[in-house]
Design a protein around this ligand. Structure first.
Ligand SMILES: [Fe+2]
Ligand SMILES: [Fe+2]
Length: 193
């Protein structure tokens, strides 16, 4: 269903000096977000938007120095400050390749908010609860699921119980309602890994 969108967007992603790891991560997050949208019975139009937003959510990381992006120990406060800029860069880069209309501005905002936490402790704007758009809250969860279930350059160990870890984030980093709606989806995805 999303084949055309995929082809166009992949070309745009490649134009932006994107590492293979980020490319795979973006694709994974988009695919998980669409599965979540299916569970939540979102409309086809919503799913098309969500797919594109998820695919672009980390495009701003192409502007972050690799020494920070792939540092395998704790980031200094200054480095962390630079890292946190990526969601704003993602918003800007998405707008630079998207059609110039209200719909793109809306999608760019969803991208900007993908690290906002349900309890207001996220970034860049520290918005909370339902002030965070639904799609951003879905991408937040899909992003965390991919981050803790895939092997990363900076994390070579496996997390034993990803669902338990996510349960601990309920009401803090993630929206508990969306997480519970998709709990069995995540169980199925883990069983198939
Ligand atoms: Fe991100
Ligand atoms: Fe991400």
């Amino acid at each position: 269903m999303f084949q055309n969108i995929k082809n166009v967007n992949y070309l745009n992603l490649i134009k932006h000096d994107f590492s293979l790891e980020l490319f795979i991560h973006s694709n994974n997050v988009a695919s998980i977000a669409i599965k979540m949208a299916d569970e939540m019975e979102l409309s086809v139009r919503e799913k098309e938007m969500l797919y594109e937003e998820a695919l672009y959510h980390d495009i701003g990381k192409s502007k972050i120095p690799e020494t920070i992006l792939y540092k395998n120990c704790r980031l200094s406060p200054d480095e962390w400050g630079i890292m946190k800029q990526h969601s704003i860069y993602s918003q800007e880069l998405y707008l630079s390749v998207a059609a110039n209309n209200d719909n793109s501005i809306e999608k760019a905002k969803i991208i900007r908010y993908h690290h906002e936490n349900w309890d207001g402790t996220g970034y860049p704007d520290k918005i909370a609860g339902e002030d965070i758009p639904l799609h951003s809250r879905i991408i937040r969860i899909a992003d965390i699921f991919d981050a803790i279930t895939q092997r990363r350059i900076y994390r070579t160990y496996c997390i034993d119980n990803p669902l338990k870890l996510m349960e601990e984030m309920e009401g803090k980093a993630i929206d508990s309602y969306i997480f519970r709606k998709n709990y069995y989806l995540f169980k199925r995805l883990l069983a198939n890994q």
